[in-house]
Design a protein around this ligand. Structure first.
Ligand code: GRF
Length: 206
């Protein structure tokens, strides 16, 4: 069983997509052991109402100690930390302890429209302003560079001429709800390692 802790800051639709896919049996080998939020996130209540353990670690109270507060909440049996719309920056203490075991979802095709300050509608506005024909989302490992870790999977959407940032955001969110569970399924069923700076996915025992 793949034990994950999910970190959120907002509505938690990606978290919901994971919970739904656990309920449907698609993620029959994944267990959410806790949901942590760094602010009063709507998603925290959704998780609580579905019977999950939750914890609020207010980023304004734990300004300089967020990492260690999060670590206190994550037991040694945890396989992966999933950032599903988590807006605080994760520090090296957490990154080093969970090397290549923290995944993030970002609503663009990395390396475009990512990095510091690129979150929410800003990402989609930048994509539209640039006139890209395709955008999408990326699931990647987290390292010290914001949105810079190894890419695990991506999905694309077509950008129509009349798309607003809001419309593009919604189109991409739909894809996010597919690829984040898909990556978790892979992590729960296959052997995933990093070899020479590239992600290597094999069948278990291969
Ligand atoms: C998503 O677009 C995700 O890619 C980004 O934050 C947003 C979170 O949305 N990192 P939600 O809270 O899962 O609805």
């Amino acid at each position: 069983m793949l034990k994950i802790v999910v970190l959120i800051s907002g509505g938690g639709s990606n978290l919901e997509s994971i919970m739904d896919k656990i309920d449907s049996g698609y993620l029959n080998n994944v267990l959410i052991t806790k949901v942590i939020a760094d602010r009063e996130a709507k998603g925290l209540l959704k998780a609580k109402n579905r019977g999950y353990k939750t914890k609020l670690i207010d980023r304004k109270i734990y300004l300089n100690t967020l990492d260690s507060e999060i670590l206190k909440e994550i037991d040694d049996e945890t396989d992966y930390i999933v950032l599903a719309g988590f807006l605080s920056i994760i520090g090296s203490e957490l990154i080093n302890k969970f090397k290549n075991r923290i995944i993030n979802i970002h609503p663009s095709l990395i390396p475009s429209f990512c990095g510091a300050g690129m979150y929410g509608l800003k990402v989609h506005k930048a994509a539209i302003d640039k006139g890209v024909k395709y955008s999408g989302c990326t699931v990647h490992f987290v390292d010290e560079v914001i949105d810079g870790g190894l890419i695990i999977d991506q999905a694309i959407v077509e950008v129509d001429r009349f798309d607003t940032a809001k419309i593009l955001q919604e189109k991409i969110l739909e894809k996010e709800h597919e690829i984040l569970p898909k990556v978790l399924k892979i992590l729960s069923e296959k052997s995933v390692s990093v070899i020479n700076g590239k992600i290597n996915i094999r069948e278990v025992g291969e």
